[in-house]
Design a protein around this ligand. Structure first.
Ligand code: SF4
Length: 1095
């Protein structure tokens, strides 16, 4: 049987009452455990299968009846349904007549926009498909669920969202029997939190490392409470939703916290409006049981709790491609079959839209002074059953959470009578992990759980300890989950429903999948993805990027690491280390910069960013906003826990204000969120031992086993905590065995002969188009005589290499590069010229009508020593389509470098990482391609001793001035954890074919480069003399690292230094001696490009 709910476009028509329905009294007898205020009904938590079937038949009939009810125009016809559903609208209808029926039905059923309702499963169908779970012993169900979870993308990570909870208003038009959140208006107390109050709390959260501002409120309070309507009017807003939109926009802009909005039942238009200012939204379905709407039921007199109304909002969120949170409430009068039905309805919507990013399985807690104060709370086993059922129904990749502050203390899993409450809680948490959850939901160091104020969130260390005891690593996330962030830049997704790629059929029949799934990107509905999303395949429409760098999408990208988890670390490539406070100040400055990207070279960016956002506030509210912002700035605490505590005191004092909520219950010290260099939460318990699979892979590499496969490299690139430490230790050991303790470097000079370029690389802050002289310094070319002068000067200063690259000047052809080479060789014949990227070689060859090999042979004959392996960026065409759409593709890059190897020219190899690509997957592909390229070179022999690639140079993306970042479409480069890990994994993945791994001090700074020496690196690159490309992107690590300083750094790292040539030979003694001199560099000579190319 199939149940569908009507769209808003239904027409009222007379229908006959469904005479076959059981009478309410019979229903009550069948479902006796729904009666409230009866502790004696505890056994009803475990009804038999037969009972479930009878219940489901009754419930199905009732659902149909209720659906019909919405079409009922007459008071006469409404009467039977009033008894069934108990909605106040029906009561009103009887009293007020036909018009009231229509109005009330519209409220209850049709607050969402018209759409194309999809068939939802009926109870009989649900039980037919999933009813077997009612019979399975709990232990077996949990075991299957946990195995399924571990086959998914979660990779031993259990996440939580560090947040602040902002109860914008506690007025609500519903009256749920279990709720203490909803409060009536009180004289002298504001109905809504002010902007000042919200910003003050959000600033506290930002300082404590939170990522989420949870905006939770009652449903449409202005419809019931005149006080709410008048206060909104005073502030200049027409509705609560308008106020929420403005508040979210301001919080995002002023604090960087990402709003997650729970604003109740909404229309699709309202959801789309809030999507522009939020990272995600949510609405608990709670239950599909209509019996809860009866008088005495949990949802009696709650128009917004009508299941069809909520399902309609959830479906509208799918059409709007909103990353959405939903879930069920266990124990409010529902049965296990009801829970299966509610989950199945959500599953059905997610099958179509793929938008349900997480399921909350929340247990009812009885609260004093509520209608359900005496209602029995469900035992832990009931919660475990619902969690396990949800996992099995939704598959391995769904995110399933259970709030840790609500975990029932009575525990079959170890919470004995003698155990402390924390011990019992932790036993409950472990049981929930064993039942298949992978997330703890939002937890705040600052605010209370205002829905359950009597249940404080646990301290992070307690939760981390319980999570670690289950072999999992606790990690902070954003309110939007990684699969919706558009970082998974692998193959375009073919499925709409990536959260459960293995489907549910196998799971529901107990045939658990055996293959490990990938890490899919959630693909938004095609109509949304195609509708003007500036990032196209990157974001797939889940996030809004329409505000450029001020958009919520840009804010999300600024906040994440390569896996989509919270980047809770101040370090970025290209910038000297700074503490958290300095980093926050820097971020504020970056965010405060106008959104006008014309100040940088944007010839490569076709669509200009929008102007700075206008104030979302009406004039009446805008006046208070300036004051609020000032106060928020004044109250942002310092970054130490002690200072945060002090601020909490200040906040408590402020809490006397009219609508300011009290801070959370203090449990000793206040915690803050920070991720360390090992990718795990700093100072928090974590599993002590590396995982068996990582251990096996590392042993295989160290014992000379087969090379790592692409998915194995990716797994290592996702290492955190103990796995990270094990990977770094293995890389260090392999480096020691392969290269010894010597750290090499080359004395060299960079010459970037022009910054004029016709290409449109979105990451490049160096290049200038023909008409871009006024932008960030002039366009230039370096005259031939200046190239010669710089080369000679470098030789005199002890250099053995000049490294020459530049933009692709429209006037350059293959002969130009040959003349550049000749100029350098003429000035210093013994100088090794390391020049011309594969892109330049390709350009030179095609401009002369030569093959790659033919042109490379001419370059080699003219004295070219080797090629830099740049222009590779990320060897993944999906990613290149965003980063460098008109550059040579992956195959051409490999072809040019392969040709160079065949003519005897050696090359370096590079990877620019941390901008827009899915980190681990794209990096793993890149590394394996490089290894295969080197294996080809070894297969063909080549000239001399060494062949092919000399070294691998990871190049962390420097974001500050990069156009793609300035436009709000890239991350802030890799995290320090990712930088360290990539160098270490490169050592392991390229072994034994590429033996040198270089740390780039230009990108990461000298001290961090020294740190990389303990993660598999054996080379520090060049002394450079003149660095301009990375500095153009905003880096501040200097232009030269003289040999004396270089060797100090290497010795301080406990290693021996050695100068080398480009090809890892021994430099001439006299050059080495010269290199320690202190001859200053002469001023550089440039020529304006507008006067016409090289002369
Ligand atoms: S990266 Fe190179 S090819 Fe691309 S725009 Fe910059 S200079 Fe030109």
């Amino acid at each position: 049987m199939t149940m569908s709910y009507p769209s808003a476009s239904f027409t009222f028509q007379s229908v006959s009452p469904p005479m076959q329905l059981p009478k309410p009294a019979n229903l009550a007898r069948v479902r006796g455990h729904h009666a409230l205020n009866s502790k004696s009904q505890q056994s009803a938590w475990y009804p038999s299968r037969a009972q479930h079937v009878r219940i489901s038949a009754a419930a199905a009939a009732e659902l149909c009846a209720a659906r019909t009810h919405t079409h009922t125009p007459s008071i006469k016809a409404a009467k039977p349904f009033r008894r069934l559903c108990g909605l106040s609208c029906c009561t009103n209808a009887v009293a007020l007549g036909h018009a009231a029926v229509r109005r009330a039905c519209t409220i209850a059923m049709c607050t969402a926009d018209a759409g194309h309702p999809i068939p939802l499963p009926g109870m009989a169908e649900v039980l037919d498909q999933y009813g077997w779970m009612l019979e399975l012993p709990l232990e077996e169900l949990m075991s299957r669920a946990a195995v399924l979870r571990d086959k998914g993308q979660h990779n031993a990570i259990v996440s939580f969202s560090p947040k602040v909870f902002l109860p914008i208003t506690r007025l609500c038009r519903d009256t749920c029997g279990y709720c203490t959140f909803a409060q009536p208006p009180r004289p002298g107390r504001r109905a809504f939190m002010t902007l000042e109050e919200m910003l003050q709390i959000a600033a506290q959260g930002a300082a404590a490392g939170c990522s989420e501002a949870l905006l939770t409120l009652g449903d449409k309070p202005e419809d019931r409470w005149p006080e709410a309507a008048s206060e909104l009017m005073e502030m200049g807003f027409g509705s609560t939703i308008e106020y929420v939109e403005a508040a979210a926009k301001t919080i995002l802009r002023e604090t960087g916290l990402l709003p997650h909005i729970n604003a109740g039942v909404m229309s699709e238009a309202e959801l789309r409006k809030l999507k522009k200012v939020s990272a995600s939204q949510g609405l608990m379905l709670e239950s599909t049981s209509l019996e809860l709407m009866h008088p005495g039921g949990a949802h009696h007199n709650c128009p917004d709790k009508y299941p069809a109304s909520r399902l309609k909002t959830i479906e509208a969120a799918g059409r709007a491609a909103v990353p959405y949170t939903s879930g069920i409430l266990v124990g409010i009068g529902d049965t296990r079959s009801d829970r299966l039905h509610a989950l199945a309805c959500l599953h059905c919507l997610n099958e179509r839209y793929g938008h349900i990013q997480e399921l909350i399985i929340q247990n009812f807690r009885a609260k004093p002074a509520t209608a359900m104060a005496a209602w029995p709370e469900p035992p832990l086993e009931e919660l475990l059953w619902a969690v396990a059922a949800a996992r099995i129904m939704f598959g391995p990749n769904m995110n399933i959470q259970a709030p840790p502050n609500l975990t029932p203390l009575e525990s079959a899993a170890g919470g004995g009578s003698g155990a402390s409450s924390l011990d019992a809680l932790q036993a409950g948490w472990r049981a929930l992990l064993n039942a298949g959850i992978n997330d703890w939901g939002g937890i705040s160091p600052i605010t209370r759980d205002f829905v359950n104020p009597e249940k404080p969130w646990p301290h992070l260390s307690s939760l981390a300890a319980a999570t670690a005891a289950a072999g999992k690593l606790l990690l902070p996330r954003l309110p939007v989950y990684p699969a919706y962030l558009g970082l998974r830049g692998g193959a375009p997704q073919s499925t709409r429903h990536p959260a459960h790629p293995e489907g549910t059929a196998a799971a529901v029949r107990g045939e658990l999948a055996t293959k490990a799934p990938g890490t899919p990107l959630a693909a938004a509905p095609a109509e949304v993805a195609a509708a003007g999303n500036p990032l196209g395949q990157l974001s797939c429409g889940w996030l809004d990027f329409s505000g450029g760098r001020d958009s919520v999408g840009a804010a999300v990208l600024r906040s994440i690491d390569s896996e989509g988890f919270l980047r809770a670390s101040a370090w970025v490539a290209g910038r000297p280390d700074m503490n958290e406070q300095e980093a926050q100040s820097q971020e504020q400055q970056e965010r405060a910069q106008p959104s006008d990207v014309s100040r940088v070279s944007v010839s490569s960016i076709s669509d200009a960013a929008p102007p700075p956002a206008a104030s979302p506030w009406p004039p009446a509210a805008a006046a208070s906003m300036a004051i609020a912002t000032t106060m928020a700035e004044a109250t942002i605490p310092t970054t130490t826990p002690a200072a945060t505590t002090a601020e909490m005191g200040s906040m408590a004092a402020t809490a006397q204000r009219a609508s300011m909520p009290m801070p959370r219950w203090q449990e000793g010290r206040v915690w803050r969120v920070a991720v360390g260099v090992d990718g795990a939460l700093e100072g928090m318990p974590r599993p002590l031992d590396p995982s068996p699979r990582v251990t096996r892979l590392l042993e295989g590499v160290l014992t000379g086993g087969r090379p790592l496969q692409r998915d194995e490299v990716e797994l290592l690139l996702r290492s955190r905590g103990a796995d990270h430490d094990a990977v770094c230790a293995a890389a260090d050991e392999l480096r020691r065995r392969t290269c010894g303790d010597i750290v090499s470097y080359v004395v060299n000079r960079n010459i970037n002969y022009t910054n004029v370029c016709t290409y449109k690389c979105s990451f490049c802050a160096f290049s200038k188009g023909r008409t871009a002289e006024e932008l960030r310094g002039p366009a230039y070319v370096v005259p031939y005589e200046e190239i010669a002068r710089r080369t000679a000067e470098a030789w005199d200063r002890g250099a053995t290499e000049v490294c020459m690259q530049g933009g692709i000047h429209p006037d350059f052809n293959g002969d130009t590069y040959l003349r550049i080479l000749s100029a350098a060789k003429a000035a210093a014949p013994a100088m090794h010229v390391h020049a011309f990227s594969p892109l330049e070689v390709h350009h030179g060859a095609t401009s002369l009508g030569l093959t790659h090999e033919g042109y490379l042979e001419r370059l080699a004959a003219a004295g070219l020593g080797s090629l830099p392996g740049t222009a590779a960026e990320v060897l993944h065409d999906h990613v290149r389509g965003v980063l460098c759409p008109d550059k040579i593709d992956t195959a051409t890059w490999l072809k040019v470098v392969g040709a160079a190897h065949r003519v005897g020219l050696r090359t370096t190899s590079t990877l620019m990482f941390g901008s827009v690509e899915e980190g681990p997957a794209a990096w793993a592909s890149h590394l394996v391609l490089l290894r295969e390229l080197q294996q080809q070179a070894e297969g063909t022999g080549g000239h001399g001793g060494g062949v092919g690639i000399t070294e691998f140079v990871p190049l962390p993306f420097v974001h500050m001035e990069s156009p793609v970042y300035v436009k709000g479409q890239a991350r802030r480069g890799p995290s320090l954890h990712e930088v360290i890990l990539l160098h270490a994994v490169a050592r392991l993945a390229l072994h034994p074919h590429v033996t040198n791994v270089q740390a780039s001090w230009v990108k990461v700074g000298p001290s961090r480069a020294a740190q990389l020496l303990a993660a598999g690196c054996n080379d520090m690159g060049g002394s450079i003399m003149n660095e301009s490309i990375t500095r153009a992107a905003g880096a501040a690590h200097g232009q030269e690292l003289p040999p004396v300083r270089m060797e100090e750094i290497i010795r301080a790292a406990g290693r021996q230094s050695r100068q080398r040539t480009t090809l890892y030979g021994i430099p001439p003694v006299e050059q080495t001696a010269r290199s320690y001199g202190t001859v200053p560099l002469q001023p550089l000579v440039l020529a304006a490009a507008s006067i016409g190319g090289l002369r």
